[in-house]
Design a protein around this ligand. Structure first.
Ligand code: SAH
Ligand code: SF4
Length: 376
């Protein structure tokens, strides 16, 4: 008995042993998993993440039609291509008519949900406009389309107003859980404060939204210890949905000067896949998106994200004429994801990998209902 135990112990790699620990994976374990370079060991981690995905949330891939409705932003994050300080881009806003039309297209194409994303603004015109749009979108889609908002930090009152008007998910990335690093990649003032970000995320959750966050992976000065803490932050905060992607430099931003400190694109890509897989292992029933930034580094990046444990993709349905103005980072793809040839290609890729597209379903994160039930 002891012999067979010892044999098994010594034939296992450290990755095997960590994966067997299941619910008690700690920070050191996460760092070890994040350091995995060997392809067959990495595959073990991805396979375990996919096994968990299948068991706890199924193999369905949920679609969110992404509408980048305006690049006007009052903030100045040091990494972002549409920061207010970048004077070399044209600012745009889609009209109400355009946005409602896109929502109807998403609904007719059975996307299930849309994400409305923009730069951050806190003026009344913006707040009331979103409010009006939410109601109009619901009305024009027979109250069937799910709506996620990703419009930055707002007051508790605004979050409540938008929730009552029809948004039921909100995505606000914390970007990094390391406060010092957060301060390094943002201007040093009150509107760009880490505490304000965390407070906003708490208010989103308190309002009743399915709450989403995420981080950038491969930022200058970021360590594996930081990334492990990011995953633990997400778990501790009991987040329902996560969108994490590689940091990709943009040449018209202050952070670009640290380009020489960055990992290669391939390393950032691989690290992102490992972050997705480990997150799936430690938070089984949440929704995890395979993001556009993954696709920027590798044309089939999102498919690889799904194979690492993600279960959501966000096809960009913003009209192509606006795409070159919503460049958060360099080389962001321009693909028209409403183009049926491309759509068929993407969906076939996903389906041949044993996952099925969930057409016409909201695809709410199971975690949200599980945590609400626990609170009752
Ligand atoms: N203004 C809103 C939403 C739009 S920005 C907000 O900031 O929450 C959406 C996300 O894009 C940000 O949270 C950030 O994580 C990501 N992003 C911005 N610049 C990026 C870059 N250079 N590389 C990778 N992701 C970036
Ligand atoms: Fe604005 Fe968001 Fe970019 Fe920051 S990350 S500059 S808030 S669009």
């Amino acid at each position: 008995m002891l012999n067979s135990y010892l044999n098994r112990y010594f034939s296992q790699t450290i990755v095997d042993r960590i994966l067997e620990k299941k619910n008690v994976i700690n920070k050191e374990d996460i760092i070890t998993l994040l350091s995995t370079k060997n392809p067959s060991k990495k595959n073990k981690i991805f396979n375990e993440a996919c096994r968990i995905k299948e068991k706890y949330v199924s193999n369905k891939i949920y679609l969110r039609g992404l509408i980048e409705f305006s690049n006007i932003c009052q903030k100045n994050c040091l990494y972002c291509g549409i920061r207010s300080g970048n004077k070399s881009i044209y600012r745009y806003e889609l009209s109400d008519k355009e946005i409602i039309k896109l929502a109807i297209i998403a609904w007719q194409n059975k996307y299930g949900s849309i994400i409305i994303q923009s730069g951050e603004r806190s003026d009344k015109y913006f707040i009331y406009r979103i409010d009006r749009l939410l109601k109009e979108i619901k009305k024009n889609t027979n109250y069937e389309i799910g709506i996620t908002l990703c419009c930055g930090e707002q007051t508790e009152e605004t979050y409540r107003r938008w929730f009552e008007s029809g948004a039921h998910r909100y995505l606000l990335r914390i970007e990094t859980s390391n406060k010092n690093l957060y301060n390094k990649i943002h201007p040093n003032d009150e509107v760009h404060s880490y505490n304000r970000r965390i407070k906003a995320l708490s208010n989103i959750k308190k309002t009743g939204y399915q709450t989403g966050t995420g981080v950038m992976i491969g930022l200058p000065f970021q360590t594996l210890n930081d990334l492990a803490n990011d995953l633990l932050f997400i778990k501790e905060f009991d987040i329902d949905m996560v969108g994490m992607g590689p940091y990709i430099e943009h040449k018209n931003t202050p952070l670009f000067k640290y380009k020489r400190l960055l990992m290669s694109n391939e390393e950032r890509f691989n690290l992102t896949l490992l972050m997705i897989a480990i997150l799936r292992i430690i938070m089984k029933d949440i929704n995890i998106a395979a993001t556009t930034a993954l696709q920027t580094i590798n044309i089939i990046g999102r498919e690889k994200g799904i194979k690492a444990g993600a279960n959501v993709i966000m096809p960009n349905i913003t009209p192509t004429k606006y795409r070159n103005r919503y460049l958060l980072y360099d080389n962001k793809p321009y693909l028209d994801e409403n183009n049926s040839k491309y759509k068929n290609y993407l969906y076939t890729q996903i389906e041949t990998n044993g996952n099925g597209i969930a057409y016409g379903e909201w695809g709410d994160p199971k975690h949200y209902f599980n945590r609400i039930e626990l609170q009752l």
